[in-house]
Design a protein around this ligand. Structure first.
Ligand code: 4NP
Length: 155
C-alpha cells in the first residue's frame, strides 16, 4: 500500500468518463497543492493504447484541462494493491470491479458519485453514444467528485 493517497477511476472503455475524471482530479489536486497519485482504467480492452475520445478531449480542453496525452489501459487485479481508492463510474463498472478485485484487496472500492453529498447512488452516465451535452454533464459530475475526493482526503 502506498503512503500517499492513490486514486484510480474506472469506466468501461477508459476513453470518455474515467480519463475526464483523471484530468479533473489532477487539476484540482494541483490547484489545492495536494500530493496524490491519479490514474484511470477501463474494465474493457477494446480501446487499450488509445487516447481519450475526441469529444472528451475537447470538453476537457474547453475547461482548460489537457487530457490528450492519456492512453487507455485495462484494469487489473494488482490495481487493488497499487491504489488506495478505486472509484467506479457506474454500477456496472462497480459490479465488474467487485469480480476482478482480489480477496485481499487493499483499496477501497466505491461508486464515484457516492462521495458527492446529494448524488449518492447516481451513475456517471456513459456519454459515448450521445451528443456533446453528455460530455459536458460528465465533466460537471467528475469535477464535483474531484472536489469531494480532495475534501475527504484532506480530513
Ligand atoms: P467510457 O465510454 O466507458 O466512458 O470510456 C465508452 C467508450 C467506448 C465504449 C463504451 C463506453 N465502447 O463500447 O467502445
Amino acid at each position: 500500500m502506498n503512503s500517499r493517497p492513490a486514486v484510480l477511476f474506472v469506466c468501461l472503455g477508459n476513453i470518455c468518463r474515467s480519463p475526464m475524471a483523471e484530468g479533473a482530479l489532477r487539476v484540482a489536486a494541483e490547484r489545492a497543492g495536494v500530493n496524490i497519485e491519479i490514474d484511470s482504467a477501463g474494465t474493457g480492452s477494446w480501446h487499450v493504447g488509445n487516447p481519450p475520445d475526441s469529444r472528451a478531449i475537447a470538453t476537457a480542453r474547453s475547461m482548460g484541462v489537457d487530457i490528450s496525452g492519456l492512453r487507455a489501459r485495462q484494469v487489473e487485479p494488482s490495481d487493488f494493491h497499487r491504489f488506495t481508492h478505486v472509484f467506479a463510474l457506474d454500477q456496472q463498472n462497480l459490479a465488474d470491479l467487485a469480480v476482478i478485485a482480489p480477496t485481499d484487496a487493499a483499496a477501497e472500492l466505491a461508486l464515484l458519485l457516492d462521495i458527492v453529498p446529494g448524488m449518492e447512488g447516481q451513475p456517471v452516465a456513459d456519454p459515448y453514444y450521445g451528443g456533446d451535452e453528455g460530455f459536458t454533464r460528465t465533466w460537471q459530475q467528475v469535477t464535483m467528485a474531484a472536489e469531494a475526493i480532495l475534501e475527504r482526503l484532506a480530513t
